[in-house]
Design a protein around this ligand. Sequence first.
Ligand SMILES: NC(=O)c1ccc[n+]([C@@H]2O[C@H](COP(=O)([O-])OP(=O)(O)OC[C@H]3O[C@@H](n4cnc5c(N)ncnc54)[C@H](OP(=O)(O)O)[C@@H]3O)[C@@H](O)[C@H]2O)c1
Length: 316
Amino acid sequence: MKAAIFNSYGSPEVMKIRYVQQPSIKDDVRVLIRVRNASVNTFDYLCRKGFLPIRLEHGLTKPKNLILGIDVAGTVEAVGNNVTKFKVGDDVFGSCFGSHAEYVCPRQNVLTLMPKNISFEEAAAVPCAALTAMQALRDVAQVKEGQKVLIYGASGGVGHFAVQLAKYYGAEVTAVCSASNIQWVRGLGAHHVIDYTKQEFTDNGKKYDFILDAVGKRTYFSCMRSLTETGIYITEQPLRPKYHPFQLMVGPMIGRKKAKLHLTKPNDLDMEFLSQLIEDNKIRSVVEKCYPLEQIVEAHRHIENGRTKGKIVLGM
Ligand SMILES: NC(=O)c1ccc[n+]([C@@H]2O[C@H](COP(=O)([O-])OP(=O)(O)OC[C@H]3O[C@@H](n4cnc5c(N)ncnc54)[C@H](OP(=O)(O)O)[C@@H]3O)[C@@H](O)[C@H]2O)c1
């Protein structure tokens, strides 16, 4: 099968298109999927660059897993003996390593049936970004109706889902993005939008119950004064900026405000919930651009640029 592979860490140009062995169903609960689309995430470019903390798990001097990709949308081509949820021909989406290739073979418990009202491109954009936003708001923040939530980095992959989900949970949503994305983010449901190039939100005197840093550009200390007395700052970025580990430890010791780190937990139940929200037109994924697999280098340049509006995906 065709796949985008990398044999060494480095710039986007290390990504090459090669023919590699197709995966096969190794145990009874796996599903062989013909990949139609797969999204490109920040995690992919951090892996490709060989970001030091990632090297500790993914290979110190060279990558252990040559194929990147953590989200998939495609069609089931074969199922293991104990697969109960899917049959050949089903269109599915979910979380899966190695999805920048024509075939993947994940376990059934990270997949769910695709909503009927979206394309494969739109479906591929959902799993990691939407799970991240949803789990942060529902599980970490436990957002309730009427609470004030600020989403920092509202126009990115995680951010654009976070705006819609915070609205769905009944929050009063303030979104922070740059000028060119203001109208679009308002259209996603934000009640207030702040252009971070013109105004520092921490200077406006407003207090928020939750600040979700959906792009890893802020620190707890820089947001503290904009939190209510029991407010929580949530970061998705465990490793940047460099003061996060210290702030996450010290933060909770100061008053009743809290700093929390959230790590995404892929699972089919949460995917089913998201799928239902999409089918009910409560949330939607926005794909800024779909690159053919052959343009993997351009796709990596795009995501590394850090200005993606919604998501970018690859088409097989
Ligand atoms: N912990 C986990 O399990 C987990 C899971 C998923 C993602 N993440 C992390 O979450 C972060 C976001 O990922 P993503 O895929 O959503 O990123 P992304 O789509 O690449 O984010 C791009 C967005 O960031 C905005 N942005 C860039 N610089 C900004 C700044 N200085 N201030 C405010 N906004 C800025 C841009 O908006 P403008 O163009 O309007 O500036 C753009 O829309 C990454 O750090 C990623 O590693 C963590």
